[in-house]
Ligand binder design. Structure first.
Ligand code: FAD
Length: 490
């Protein structure tokens, strides 16, 4: 099947759905949304592991134009967020635009026709004036290549591919990693399994989680008087925004938060030897700051062990650590996160003159303009692209800023009757110099850790360095002078 359309959007997470809503809002109905999975929802479809929840309060971690007065908890669980996205898609009648089970395998810019040719693994092709990639930064599971894993005869799965048909009751479990997902599922399954060995490479900083049920009267208030929910959302936004000072401006400010985290640990972990294993040796914020009230107590269960020696080998029925201790296990659960900086390697995008985007980024480093456009790749837009992730606030805020920006770019094309909009290389360079300068002062570089925020050269290609309101302000209006607009000679 071949189809010509104005805009192709990839992905149905917050990004893709938000973009589709904006296109419809501005009266553009000639677009398709391609989704490789059988359902919509992105992160919140894939991560169904026990205990999965957001770690930014739900009143902030949702679309600003589609607030949900019915959130049942401060930090909604996966099912509720998944349901929210489903309802949003129904309300805005997005489903007719979505092609499920359609994985984009490549996109080539046709210099003459000034169109993107998009190919899918299923054999369908699309030609579009604009391509919007909402492919997500955390969606390709990162499964480490443990030596000897091919000999393991038990069960093994990643937290984002949880096997709900596999009963963990009475099983001996190895959990690899103590990141954001592991600290959520460990407490939920610790009481069910026979034994659990948690293999920790680097301990995370863990803050108390201000979670609770939202009362019926609060929900009624939010429904009856939406401005009260808006006010609460603003309160959450500005409270979180203030923490950017420690992340981006002066990492020394983090000492205050570290004190809170250490007191939290002391209260929940009575054993000083275990506390020593759990105490991070880098500045808070260098890696993602986690929140939990039940991870530390779970470690106190008699059937749970924290192993801090590296994994040296996996055998048929065991995991062997670098001290030579053999841990017999029936199942390995990878809480090892996602491919982040290299996630774009999986998309084969060729721009002007056939330049390969992934290759260019591998050779020269990942550079974009505000994480949205890339010089030499006209009419291509990223949502939640490089350097627009966050450690302190809701990325939905960033996504909405980007959607507004892309919408303006499309309007610019129309207004000038242009076929091609390409960011000027000087504008992109200037932006990246400023960006990297700011990042070097931030905790991600100064904090003394290695994290998935950094690429192989230690350059941060993932987070936005600082206040999100600044990003919002700077992307509020597209500066036409930063772009070359070309009309097709057809
Ligand atoms: C467990 C977990 C909890 C999180 N909690 C928070 C939080 O509390 N606060 C926060 O700010 N962020 C959080 N995040 C980050 C989260 O990823 C983002 O908040 C947000 O959901 C990203 O939305 P997205 O639409 O950009 O990407 P995704 O939700 O990842 O959606 C991308 C979609 O694109 C599809 N896709 C990808 N490649 C292709 C292709 N080639 N062809 C077709 N379709 C494709 C995928 O199947 C997917 O549906 C969390 C992430 C995880 C994993």
């Amino acid at each position: 099947m071949h189809r010509e359309t104005k805009v192709v959007v990839i992905g149905t997470g917050f990004s893709g759905l938000g973009m589709a809503i904006e296109l419809k809002r501005r009266g553009e109905h000639d677009f398709v949304v391609l989704e490789k999975a059988a359902d919509l929802g992105g992160t919140w479809r894939d991560n169904s592991y026990p205990g999965c929840a957001c770690d930014v309060p739900s009143h902030m971690y949702s679309f600003s134009f589609e607030m949900n007065p019915k959130w049942s908890r401060m930090f909604a669980r996966q099912g509720e967020i998944f349901g929210y996205l489903q309802r949003v898609a129904e309300k805005y009648r997005l489903r007719p635009h979505i092609r499920f089970n359609t994985k984009v395998s490549g996109a080539q810019w046709d210099d003459e026709a000034k169109r993107w040719n998009i190919t899918t693994e299923q054999g369908d092709t699309y030609t579009a004036q604009a391509l919007v990639a909402g492919v997500g930064a955390l969606h390709i599971p990162n499964v480490p290549e443990l030596p000897g894993i091919e000999n393991f005869s038990g069960k093994a799965f990643h937290s984002a591919q949880w096997d709900h048909d596999y009963d963990l009751t009475g099983k001996r479990v190895a959990v690899i990693g103590t990141g954001a997902s592991a600290i959520q599922f460990v407490p939920k399954i610790a009481g069910q399994v026979a034994s659990m060995k948690i293999f920790q490479r680097t301990p995370p900083w863990i803050m108390p989680k201000a979670d609770r049920e939202i009362n019926g009267w609060e929900q009624k208030l939010f429904r009856a008087l939406p401005f009260t929910q808006r006010a609460y959302r603003n309160f959450v936004y500005w409270t979180r925004e203030s923490s950017a000072l420690g992340f981006a401006v002066n990492p020394k400010i983090m000492q205050f938060a570290q004190g809170i985290a250490l007191r939290h640990m002391k209260k929940q972990v009575p054993d000083p030897a275990l506390r020593r294993k759990l105490k991070p040796d880098y500045t808070m914020g260098c890696k993602r700051v986690l929140i939990s009230n039940d991870f530390y107590p779970a470690l106190g269960n008699p059937n749970v062990d924290l192993v801090t020696d590296k994994i040296s080998e996996v055998r048929e029925k065991s995991v062997v650590d670098s001290s030579g201790v053999e841990h017999e296990v029936d199942v390995i659960i990878y809480g090892t996160g996602f491919h982040v900086v290299d996630s774009f390697d999986y998309l084969d995008i060729q721009g002007k003159g056939g330049v390969d985007l992934a290759k260019q980024w591998r050779q020269e480093g990942i550079e974009t303009y505000y994480g949205i456009t890339v010089s030499g790749f006209p009419n291509l837009f990223f949502l939640l692209g490089p350097n627009t992730g966050l450690g302190h606030n809701s990325v939905v805020f960033m996504i909405e800023s980007q959607i507004r920006y892309i919408s303006q770019c499309l309007q610019l094309l129309e207004k000038h009757r242009a076929e091609e909009l390409d960011v000027r290389v000087e504008a992109q360079q200037e932006f990246n110099e400023e960006l990297q300068q700011k990042l070097t002062k931030g905790v991600w570089t100064q904090g003394g850790c290695k994290s998935w925020y950094l690429d192989a050269q230690g350059v941060n290609r993932t987070v936005w360095p600082g206040f999100t309101w600044r990003y919002w302000m700077r992307t509020k209006r597209v500066r036409a002078e930063d772009y070359v607009l070309t009309t097709a000679a057809r």
